[in-house]
Design a protein around this ligand. Structure first.
Ligand code: GMT
Length: 376
């Protein structure tokens, strides 16, 4: 199949999922064309089966807002025609599903019929998409996609509650390529970051307010009263400077801000505990990435996190904002080496359930269904 993929090319989970999926589809013989404004951060080994087409938005002083959707839909039309694309898979309703619909209609005018598969990831639904300014366009884009998928049951439920959806939504969970990790040791230079008796707590996100990163720091402060530890804060975003200022003011020298990183595997492999305190999270791909490295997760109960992290098995799930309970669970687990070891193994076992090879067929089936709709 010749597939065009649209996603956000950044460090965010949706871009990671789109890229990993595209790369795997190309290994399975499909031709995959990424159409994005920048090469996706995790996109490797471009070749005949895996290509990247940049979307350029010319800047005009005349416009207060540059028309990105217009540039994207035009670029899609060109790529679809040039490479004889069979199907368009867009990640994120905003604005990708909307631009895809425009491209589809422009192509229809030329006698070319292209199905659209839209994958909903979370922010496009629960945060931005449901805003009254966008709601009609998002509802329209979802209802006019040929097939729609959501990354968790929780996100499907939220989508049905927030929008007037006529289309069926299939849940296809996010995934991880277990074969990359099983029996393959990641080079782990723990000693560069912590002393042998120090535990390493890790948080990775885009530091948006919904991630509640001050909760992460508060948990660390409580844990460090009982156990020598370091906190690794990986990522960048709007709450970063506030968190840094707080740590400086309170002389929390063992909180290390590592910035945006492409070395997630290297960081997670020496982490003892992962903290995910979000107040909204459709899935929490980063928790899955921690679990595959045998890192138990202390998380909030937001959105779809509990579909990934199993309470009392791969970690613990506590109420959003319950710093006390999260800290107590973290301390108890770190002080019990036997239990910690058991949770580490269980975290990996839980991650296995999300193996890429179980999920990839589900996407292929959706593609076949979308194609059949167009051809019927
Ligand atoms: O919130 C983020 O960290 C980024 C965001 C994105 O747009 O990439 O992530 C969303 O999609 C991920 C992949 O499906 C999910 O794992 C995240 O839970 C989801 N974020 C939210 O729902 C807030």
């Amino acid at each position: 199949m010749n597939i065009a993929v649209v996603c956000y090319p950044t460090f965010g989970g949706s871009g990671v999922v789109a890229t990993e999926l595209g790369m795997e589809l190309s290994k399975r013989g499909h031709q995959v064309h990424f159409v994005t404004y920048r090469q996706p951060v995790r996109l490797e080994a471009l070749g005949v089966h895996l290509q990247f087409h940049e979307v350029n938005v010319p800047e005009y002083d005349l416009f207060q807002y540059q028309p990105y959707e217009l540039a994207l839909s035009s670029r899609l039309v060109d790529v679809i025609k040039k490479f004889k694309i069979d199907l368009l898979h867009v990640h994120y309703a905003i604005p990708h599903a909307y631009a895809a619909y425009m491209a589809k209609k422009m192509l229809e005018d030329q006698g070319i019929y292209i199905p659209i598969v839209t994958t909903l990831h979370g922010t496009d639904i629960t945060l931005v998409g449901s805003h009254p300014f966008y709601k009609s366009a998002v509802t329209f884009s979802i209802n006019n996609s040929d097939c729609v998928t959501a990354v968790s049951q929780s996100l499907k439920k939220d989508t049905l509650a927030l929008f007037d959806i006529k289309n069926e939504i299939e849940v296809i969970p996010n995934f991880i390529d277990i074969s990359k990790y099983e029996g393959v040791p990641t080079p782990c230079e723990r000693s560069l970051l912590a002393k042998t008796d120090e535990k390493i707590l890790t948080h990775i996100s885009n530091f948006r307010p919904l991630k509640r990163i001050m909760d992460v720091i508060a948990i660390y402060e409580k844990v460090k009263e009982k156990i020598p530890c370091k906190l690794l804060m990986v990522g960048e975003g709007p709450e970063c400077s506030k968190a840094m200022e707080y740590c400086e003011k309170h002389q929390l020298d063992n909180v290390v801000f590592l910035g945006k990183s492409n070395q997630i595997d290297e960081i997670l492999c020496y982490s003892d505990l992962f903290l995910l305190t979000s107040e909204q999270e459709s899935f929490g791909l980063v928790a899955l990435e921690a679990m595959v490295h045998k890192v138990p997760v202390i998380s909030s109960d937001a959105g779809g996190i509990s579909e990934v992290n199993l309470d009392g098995y791969s970690g613990y799930i506590l109420k959003i904002g319950d710093i006390e309970a999260m800290s107590n669970k973290a301390i108890a687990l770190l002080l019990d080496p036997e239990k910690h070891q058991k949770f580490k193994q269980q975290a990996f076992e839980q991650a296995r359930k999300f193996d890429l090879y179980k999920v990839i067929h589900q996407y292929e089936k959706v593609y076949e269904r979308a194609l059949a709709k167009i051809n019927s």
